[in-house]
Design a protein around this ligand. Structure first.
Ligand code: BG6
Ligand code: MG
Length: 222
């Protein structure tokens, strides 16, 4: 029996290594403000939108800035991020992604994108995979960002499928929480000790095995 109607993917850190570029750009901002920002901090920011990420960094440094300065810092971070992704091309797709999409298409499973990034369209165009998605969510149009379920629910709606027939794929703690709050089956990409809320975890996309996912999904639904 097939219960999966759609698989909804996060972008940064799932389909390509842009999570590292977000880290580099945030670390540069934190350094400039004399605030320590390490990979442990970054783990908490994965999947978190731009404004809330800056709020986290400022709070960590007990720093209060004016609205104008806040906006300038956001722009500076994004400008650096845009410079870092300038070179992104189809060779930067993680191994296993195209193969996974082929398997899903052969199984008549729809493919959605649920990224918190306002740069998501640009990145997937650079990766050359825009045409493979049945629906691409718009981070700017949802009320609440991850860990709220909004972006995953809006993509399920756009795909015209029920959330209970969707699988979400995420590398971030906040993202996995968003999938679970949307009442979807959550596949984590990364470390199972970090992505504790996920129903199933693969170390990387090259290990993503749709048959295993479907079996675990079916078992969880019975
Ligand atoms: C998420 C990333 O996908 O998008 C976060 O995991 C990032 O690190 C967020 O901050 C927002 O991205 P952007 O491109 O809108 O600043
Ligand atoms: Mg991510």
């Amino acid at each position: 029996m097939m219960i999966t109607s759609a698989v909804i993917f996060d972008l940064d850190g799932v389909l390509t290594d842009t999570a590292e570029f977000h880290f580099i750009a945030w670390q540069a901002i934190a350094n400039k403000l004399d605030i320590t920002f390490d990979r442990e901090d970054n783990e908490k920011l994965k999947g978190v939108d731009r404004e809330n990420s800056l709020k986290y960094i400022l709070a960590k440094g007990n720093l209060v800035v004016s609205t104008t300065e806040f906006e300038l810092l956001l722009k500076e971070k994004n400008d650096q991020y845009l410079t870092l992704i300038d070179e992104v091309n189809p060779s930067h797709l993680f191994d296993g992604v195209l193969n996974c999409f082929t398997v899903l298409k052969k199984s008549n499973v729809k493919i959605g994108l649920a990224s918190a990034s306002k740069n998501a369209s640009l990145v997937i165009t650079k990766l050359g995979i825009e045409h493979l998605f049945d629906f691409i969510g718009d981070a700017a149009s949802v009320a609440n960002s991850k860990p709220a379920p909004d972006i995953f629910l809006s993509v399920a709606h756009g795909l015209k499928v029920s959330p209970k027939n969707c699988i979400g794929v995420e590398d971030a703690v906040a993202g996995v929480s968003a999938i679970k709050s949307a009442n979807m089956f959550a596949v984590g990409i990364g470390d199972s000790k970090v992505l504790t809320q996920a129903d199933l975890v693969f170390p990387s996309m090259s290990e993503f095995d749709f048959k295993r996912v479907e079996t675990a999904f079916l078992l969880s639904a019975t």
